[in-house]
Design a protein around this ligand. Sequence first.
Ligand code: F6R
Length: 241
Amino acid sequence: MQIIKARDYEDMSVKAAEVVISHLKQNPALNIGFATGGTPVGLYEHLIEDHKKHQTSYQEVTSFNLDEYIGLSYDHPQSYHSYMKEHLFNHIDIRQDQIFIPKSNSLDPETACAAYEDALFTHGGIDTQILGIGSNGHIGFNEPGTSFQSNTHIVQLEESTRAANARYFNTISEVPTHAITMGIASIMRSKEILLLVSGQSKKDALYHLLHGEETEDFPASILKRHPRVTVIADHDARGES
Ligand code: F6R
């Protein structure tokens, strides 16, 4: 696991964008795994800025999102479909038919999960997976206790996760209770993982990741087993004085 020390959120975002852009230069047909949430917003801003300034193209890129809520229409402002459009896809030249986000509103979500795994496999898997981390160690929506062997599946969100995400909704009761997420095994099949960690609220999670035991009770702990993980963590998340 390689650790890149960033000063603050902005520096973390710049450093993450540099990694993604350099990979895109080497392989314009990169398969990128995207995360949502607050952490990667700055990274996406820098990717957009670079696309506008240097015309870095996403026309050959295929994207896979980690997760999507069940029960929100895709055009609901807090759906991850909307998030990705707002924060990235509307501002770059990615092809619509190359964008994959779990079809969480399908009438048969179990089949949608299997279809998502098929799409990942057919496209040769994810080259660079961007991840954030929950304060309880979740990655994607894989909450503590999720099997390390899990593929894309339906999850019930923990109350702590719903509470953390309530900031985007009017009340916590509006936060969906379920989602589809790529599983731990699906994430671990990515060729490279870029984990972004920012802020004091992630300090304990980062400490556990770096120094704690490997356990399904702390999903991110599996990342130590992956041969190519880069953690970009800012000063507050590292908790250094
Ligand atoms: C988002 C996702 C989640 C977040 C995590 C951290 O697609 O899968 O695992 O990465 O909840 O969220 P933020 O970045 O909002 O702290």
